[in-house]
Each structure stands twice: as C-alpha cells, then as structure tokens.
Ligand binder design. Structure first.
Ligand SMILES: Cc1cc2nc3c(=O)[nH]c(=O)nc-3n(C[C@H](O)[C@H](O)[C@H](O)COP(=O)(O)OP(=O)(O)OC[C@H]3O[C@@H](n4cnc5c(N)ncnc54)[C@H](O)[C@@H]3O)c2cc1C
Length: 453
C-alpha cells in the first residue's frame, strides 16, 4: 500500500511544525473544557449543508479550525497528498494540477473542503471507480473530545476510528490532517453524451461501463422519465475547442443538446459550481449580470447569514439518495408517482466494501457493488406532505441511504437501523466519552432540525 508522502524537504518540515502548533492549540482547548454545552467546528469556507432555520448548532461553542487550510505536501512520485481539513477543492485541484494530478474524488462545488467531504459526504463522476473521498484516504489525524491526538489508518490500532470518521459529521472527533491518493490527469476532458429513453437501457449502459472501467468519468442527468443522458468523460491532452460553463452556459442543459464536448480539466471538475440541476442565477439575463459573481459559495453564505428568513414549512427539497442499482427500477417507479420532479443528477458509485458505518440490515438481500446516487435538487413541495419523511421510509425498504446534510425526521430507533450503532458506540466511547460533540443522531436529526435533546 502507498504510505504517506515521502517528501522531506525543509519546507515540508516547516509546514509540519506549523501544523503541530495548530493541533496543540485545538487539543488544549478540548482538554481544558470544564464541562458545559456541546462544541462544533468553525472553518473558513462556507458549510455545504442545506441551511435550516432553527439549527441549534449555530449556538454551540466553537473549536476554531479556520487556520487548518494548508496543503502540507504533494508527493508526485507516490501520488499522495497530505493536507489540512480546511483545504478547499478549488485550491487543492489548482495545486495538484501543477503536477499533472487530481484527487480521486472532487466534489463539484469549489469550496467544499476535504475535511467536510470525509466528515459529511462526497460523490462525483469518478465515484464509479474510486467510491467517495474517504475511500481514497490513507491516514487521518484526529483530535478526540478529550484532546488526545490519534493517527488512524485503514488497518492497525485505530482502524475502526478511521472507517467510522466518514459521515460522522464531527461527532467522533476532529479531523486535523488527511493523507490521500491522487491520479494522473490530462489537460482536457473529452465528453460524450449517450441518450436513452428507458431506465432499463440506461442502467444496462451504466453497468457496461462499470464493468469495463474504460472511461475516466461517468455521471448523468435524468431530464425526464423518458430522457436519460449518460455523460462519459475521458482525459485527453489536446482539444479541438473548449467550452466553459462558468458564466452564461448551464452545464446540465448542455448534456441534453450536445453529443460531444471538450472542457479544460479544471472547468470540467467544477462544471456544476453554480448548482447541479438548479443553477443560479436561473435566467440568462441574471447570469449575464451576476453569473460571474454568484457561485455556490456566495449563495450558501447568503442563506446562512439570512437563516432567520428561511421557510420553516415546506422547505425546498435538496437531497442525495444512494440505492443499490438493482433496487433503482422499483425506486424510480415510486419516485415518479409520488415526487415526479426532474431533472435528477445520477452518479454511479462503486461500493468498495460493506461500509462499517452502515448497519448490516441495510445490506439484507443486496448483492450489488454498484450503487446509484440520485440527487434531487431544488424541488418545491407541491402539497403539505412531508417528502423527506416519505423518502426515509421508502429508502429503508429498499436498502437505500440518504445523506444527512438535509432535513432529517428519523426516530432514533429507525435511524440506528440504517447507521451502525454498535460500531459507532465503540468508537464514541474511545474518542468522545463525555459527548462533547453530540452523537450522530442528536446532531443531524435533532439539533440541526432545531430540536433540543
Ligand atoms: C447545495 C449543495 C450541493 C452539494 N453538491 C455536492 C456535489 O456536487 N458533490 C458532492 O460530493 N457533494 C455535494 N454536496 C455535499 C457536500 O459535499 C457535503 O455536504 C460535505 O460534507 C460538505 O463539506 P463542507 O466542506 O462544506 O463541510 P461542512 O458542511 O462545513 O461540514 C460537514 C460536516 O462535517 C463536519 N466537519 C467539517 N470539518 C470537520 C473536521 N475538520 N473534523 C470533523 N468534522 C468536520 C461539520 O461539523 C459538519 O457536521 C452538496 C451539498 C449541498 C448543500
């Protein structure tokens, strides 16, 4: 296995020393706490959570991670990067591209951070090869709720801590350093768009590509129940032309109109930065006037600052759901009947193993190693039904999982039928015995939803 970056330059040593001082400050804050309320992180970049009006986490004591935003080392020979959690993907990609490399998972919004991608979630068009960001990591440094500093790897003493960090939303400790793998990149990405009119043909095409692994990128857009686009990308070093989608053009719409396209690699990776299927500004005039200024970061920051204006009832629906590929036909028949909202973003995802953070019941009767992430972004509820709740119930029946960044209505008992309680509690007892960070259910399903306790 590739180990951490072997770059031992004086500059790297200086950055490591600087990093160690920051970590000591954070650990001391946690060691010195005299009880009291819960803590959560403050980071420099905006949080990519669906903003919620009564979110209790806003009132938490903060552990300040704002200066943890440095790349410590890139080892081009080993194709490994060591970085602090607050590094944004836009900064990371700029730095790695200088070496002709990119991370194996680049979530499409520029200011998602590597720490947030592991602690929350991450998917994108290389996920059919590599899974999520956490699947590409080799080592984490974690500061526990008692101020201890652990080094965790996929095997060894703290292996379970390592595996449970993904999706723990900062409740099992603070990530303070990550070591992860990189892959070679071309200068451009050549896109081809395959069009299908039935779900069966679409899924068959996805399975063929998944088996062949003969493209670098694969995702797609379900424009309508009879209009499926599979977007296939290949790194190339020359391009007859390039198209940019960072101002007037909307990328997801181009997949409907075009059969082929070329994008610069950087532009490809952030092609959805102004929204995947709900880009802002929505109109051409709006984009002409404000499109250069208003990326995802500006919108999310405005929503967070003005959180008191967010609607309490019928919030706009933003959600990612993961489903075993074999269960997608049943899901889509139900979804079309009950939700009927399109377009959907579709991201094929390789499940490298049965994740430790999921309860074994999730996998009952499931043989799939290919999952589909279906992203429903920007649906305005048509009636008073609780669409989040409907989705939670349906996913439990189908062995599906939703990300916890949106609105969560699970009861505690239901929640722990999907998330793995024994594994979670084993790690929690080791890394946060005094419940400084809250537990995962309380943080994501109660505090985030404005419910104490
Ligand atoms: C509108 C929108 C669009 C999105 N689009 C995509 C997409 O295209 N592709 C994709 O993969 N994902 C997407 N996401 C999901 C996004 O990747 C995840 O929500 C991710 O967790 C956000 O990371 P962040 O850096 O913004 O972290 P935050 O949202 O700030 O943090 C996520 C969680 O991790 C915790 N956390 C943050 N840093 C640390 C740390 N150092 N140690 C411990 N805990 C920490 C936070 O407390 C929080 O609970 C989207 C989300 C939204 C809201």
């Amino acid at each position: 296995m590739i180990r951490a970056a072997s770059t031992h330059s004086p500059e790297v040593a200086r950055r490591e020393a600087e990093h160690a001082r920051k970590v000591e400050r954070i650990a001391a804050q946690l060691r010195g706490r005299a009880g009291g309320g819960h803590v959560s992180v403050r980071k420099r970049a905006v949080a990519h959570q669906v903003p919620k009006p009564g979110d209790l986490r806003r009132k938490d004591e903060k552990v300040d991670l704002t200066d943890l935003d440095r790349i410590i080392a890139i080892d081009p020979a080993a194709r490994v990067c060591v970085a602090e959690p607050g590094v944004t993907y836009v900064d990371l990609v700029r730095a790695t591209l200088k070496h002709g490399l990119v991370p194996m998972c680049v979530p499409e919004f520029k200011t998602i951070t590597i720490g947030g991608a592991v602690s929350g979630c991450s998917i994108e068009s290389m996920s059919f090869r590599f899974g999520g960001m956490h699947d590409t990591c080799l080592e984490y440094e974690v500061v526990t709720g008692t101020g201890e500093v652990l080094t965790c790897a996929p095997d060894g003493e703290h292996a379970l801590v390592f595996h449970m960090m993904h999706g723990s939303f900062g409740t099992l400790g603070l990530l303070t350093k990550l070591t992860f793998r990189l892959v070679p990149a071309g200068r451009f990405v050549r896109m081809r768009y395959e069009k299908y009119s039935t779900l069966a043909d679409y899924q068959a095409a996805i399975h063929r590509r998944f088996a062949a692994q003969d493209v670098d990128f694969m995702d797609g857009i379900v424009h309508a129940p009879d209009e499926y686009v599979l977007s296939l990308g290949q790194f190339v070093d020359e391009a007859p032309y390039v198209t940019r989608y960072d101002w007037l053009r909307v990328y997801y719409l181009s997949t409907r109109e075009r059969t082929e396209d070329y994008l610069g690699t950087f532009d490809y990776l952030f092609r959805y930065d102004r929204g995947v299927t709900n880009p802002r500004p929505r109109t051409l005039l709006g984009r002409l006037l404000f499109g250069k200024l208003l990326g995802s970061t500006a919108w999310l920051r405005a929503a967070e600052r003005l959180h008191f204006l967010l609607p309490h009832l019928r919030p706009t629906f933003h959600l990612d759901v993961f489903l075993p590929s074999s269960r997608v036909p049943e899901f889509m028949a139900w979804y079309d009947r009950e939700f009927g909202f399109y377009p959907l973003w579709c991201v094929p995802y390789r499940l490298p193993r049965r994740y430790e953070w999921l309860d074994p019941r999730v996998f009952a009767g499931v043989e799939d190693d290919l999952y589909l992430d279906l992203a429903i972004y920007g649906m305005r509820p048509r009636d008073g039904r609780d669409y989040h709740r409907m989705m939670e119930v349906k996913l439990r029946h189908l062995g599906g999982v939703k990300t916890l960044i949106s609105h969560n209505h699970y009861t505690e008992d239901e929640f722990w039928q999907t998330w793995n309680r024994p594994n979670y509690e084993r790690v929690k007892a080791r890394t946060d015995p005094h419940d400084v960070f809250r537990d995962l259910y309380t943080k994501t399903c109660r505090a985030a939803m404005g419910r104490p306790g």
